[in-house]
Design a protein around this ligand. Structure first.
Ligand code: NDP
Length: 452
């Protein structure tokens, strides 16, 4: 990367020097900095007040040991993390990821993205992220509970509804949030619902939180499609993953008249020409906690593609829209070229940083509508913000009301990104729109709050 602006260049070099080996964090910073030449030209005060340097340094990083005992009585040790990145706009807010690949650099990349994503929602939310290298796959409920209780025994010192509000992410769903919240309640002697989001509907959760990220992804993509006179109606779609975000993205695409012809998990992809049967997918992945190959095995015309990613399905079927909803760096430059060659019209990141920088460059160069994760998947955290509002006012909203608020927020994010891209001379470039709009809101608040 060659940086035109000297402040951007020196700050990026400093990020590399201070955070050795954290390649995902470097990638996330580089992706935001890539849009900031334009901003610093207009606002030299951000450079003068060292906003770039401050924004890349988390306010606080907590790393801790998580001891627990498995069903055989063996003591297990995992590592826990919480990175409280930026609280200029509100309490730290961001999910917890339980996955064996989680390192401090992973949490920092996610926390950094979260700062700008939360700013884009327009809600009063700072940014943070956390997690552990614990793998819930193959663990019994009892083991998951004991792990969550041990994790929260340390984490509870650092969170609170006005301090830091975690939520779910990969490997952390309602079951885990329940165990975490239960232990928090026990340790603090307080029923402080707003301390964590993603709760079950009967104990303080939002009726839309499970659906929010997937639905929001599709709402944003629909707005992008509208700018080219298209919609999901009749569109053929690929969705990667088959977890929370993927499941509800598929559901909303289907409601809007599209057909999802492929989805995946980390073992391979499924091609289902008739469209994914969501009920069966839910049964296999959520209820039985099985593999995507089990889905293909029970569906007449579906085929399991062993060990390949879902983008290969574009070799078998016509595809208009691709929604990467699994994990970071799951769609590379070669996948992007493959999709472009087969005429994909829009790509929107339901996951965090699923497209490599090479893939993003291919899409932007090919004039494909490209929605970056920090805008596209912001519906999840926005609905967490709505859950916090309900908890604070001891209120419970209906499904319809919450979905209407989510749709309104996603429309607002789309308009903010589009208007900012236009203002900075890059009409239709959602990467520039999201980075600049998110960054500016945080940077202005940081300037207002002084050097803290
Ligand atoms: P889940 O754990 O519910 O699902 C993750 C899915 O991705 C699983 O189906 C998993 O398969 C699959 N997967 C993992 N690695 C790969 C891979 N290399 N190739 C293909 N599939 C893979 O997580 P979520 O749905 O909650 O999160 C997905 C993404 O969305 C993450 O990037 C997350 O940070 C982001 N996100 C989530 C939000 C939320 O509200 N949940 C909010 C905003 C962003 P397997 O079963 O084999 O592991």
């Amino acid at each position: 990367m060659t940086w035109r602006n000297e402040t951007v260049r020196t700050n990026f070099e400093e990020v590399l020097r201070r955070n050795p080996g954290e390649t995902e964090f470097h990638q996330a910073v580089e992706e935001v900095f890539d849009s900031l030449d334009l901003v610093l030209d207009k606002h030299p005060e951000y450079g003068d007040q060292s906003i770039l340097e401050r924004i890349c340094e988390p306010e606080r990083q907590i790393v801790f040991r998580v001891p627990w005992v498995d069903d055989e009585g063996k003591v297990r040790i995992n590592r826990g993390f919480r990175v409280q990145f930026n609280s200029a706009l509100g309490p730290y807010k961001g999910g917890l990821r339980f996955h064996p690949s989680v390192l401090l650099g992973t949490v920092k990349f996610l926390g950094f993205e979260q700062v700008f994503k939360n700013a884009l929602t327009g809600l009063p939310l700072g940014g943070g992220k956390g997690g552990s290298d614990f793998d819930p796959k193959g663990r019994t409920d009892g083991e998951v509970m004991r792990f969550c209780q041990s994790f929260m025994t340390e984490l509870h010192h650092h969170i609170g509804e006005y301090t830091d509000v975690p939520a779910g992410d990969i490997g952390v769903g309602t079951r885990e949030v329940g165990y975490l919240f239960g232990q928090y309640k026990r340790l603090t002697h307080r029923y402080e619902s707003g301390v964590i989001t993603g709760k079950g509907i009967t104990w303080g959760g939002s009726p839309m939180r499970p659906e929010a990220t997937g639905y929001g992804t599709v709402f944003f993509t629909e707005h992008m499609l509208t700018t080219r006179g298209r919609s999901f109606d009749g569109a053929r779609v690929l969705v990667s993953g088959s977890g929370n975000v993927a499941h509800f993205a598929i559901e909303k695409v289907q409601q809007l008249g599209g057909t999802v012809v492929g989805c995946s998990d980390s073992s391979g992809a499924v091609y289902d020409p008739a469209g994914i049967d969501l009920e069966l997918l839910h049964q296999v992945k959520q209820v039985e906690r099985g593999r995507i190959s089990d889905y293909a095995g029970r569906r007449a015309d579906a085929r399991f593609l062993d060990g390949v990613n879902v983008w290969q399905v574009a070799g078998e079927a016509e595809v208009d829209v691709a929604l990467p909803c699994a994990t970071q760096n799951e769609l590379d430059g070669a996948d992007a070229k493959f999709l472009v060659d087969r005429g994909v019209l829009a790509v929107a990141e339901g996951a965090n940083m699923p497209c490599t920088p090479e893939a993003v460059a291919v899409f932007r160069g090919a004039d494909v509508l490209f929605g970056p994760g920090k805008a596209v998947n912001a519906g999840g955290v926005a609905t967490s913000g709505l859950e916090m509002q309900q908890n604070a006012s001891r209120d419970a909203w209906t499904h319809e009301h919450t979905e209407a608020r989510l749709a309104e927020i996603m429309h607002g994010i789309h308009e903010r990104c589009a208007a900012t891209a236009e203002e900075y001379g890059r009409p239709g470039d959602y990467v520039v729109g999201a980075n600049v709009a998110g960054f500016s809101r945080v940077a202005d608040a940081m300037l207002a709050l002084g050097v803290v």
